[in-house]
Design a protein around this ligand. Structure first.
Ligand code: ZN
Length: 154
């Protein structure tokens, strides 16, 4: 059943109007055990190459000891505070059952989440003034991989 606007127009496009782009990969080499890497430019590059004008970008990390989040990209102290606070909340050692020694990283990954979804309009990721996308490393340094898929309606 179509969703109608107050004026009676069908405001939902049919699924055929949407295109699902391929899953693209962004590779990152992190440099320390815990860090936040601004990947906004790399995600925008994927959007630009896709040719999508309007839709959404889905950004996921492929790892269980890392996360993806959106936060302030003007003052680097903000992400430093986020990482410091996560470190206080989830200490490196603390009687964890997992024997690999990186349980804190797994817990932080779950707290931060593994993906973000960002609207795309006129071929550009849509953010508030101070927002950027961060890959959050919790068990580096490592070679890391992000997946980006664009769902576009124009
Ligand atoms: Zn582990």
């Amino acid at each position: 059943m179509p969703v109608l606007s107050p004026g009676g127009q069908d405001i939902c496009q049919t699924p055929e109007d949407w295109r699902r782009g391929p899953v693209e990969t962004i590779a990152i080499r992190t440099g320390s055990r815990v860090e936040a890497v601004d990947i906004t430019g790399q995600v925008q590059d994927v959007v630009s190459k896709s040719g999508a004008k309007s839709g959404v970008a889905v950004v996921c990390t492929a790892h269980t000891t890392a996360g993806v989040t959106i936060n302030e990209n003007a003052d680097p102290d903000v992400m430093a505070d986020v990482l410091d606070t996560l470190g206080r909340l989830v200490p490196k050692s603390g009687g964890y059952a997992h024997v690999e020694g990186n349980s804190d990283a797994h817990v932080k990954s779950t707290l931060v989440g593994h993906s973000v979804t960002v609207p795309v309009e006129e071929g550009r990721l849509q953010f508030g003034t101070w927002q950027g996308i961060y890959f959050c490393e919790f068990d580096g340094p490592r070679q890391r991989r992000l997946m980006v898929q664009i769902l576009s309606a124009g």
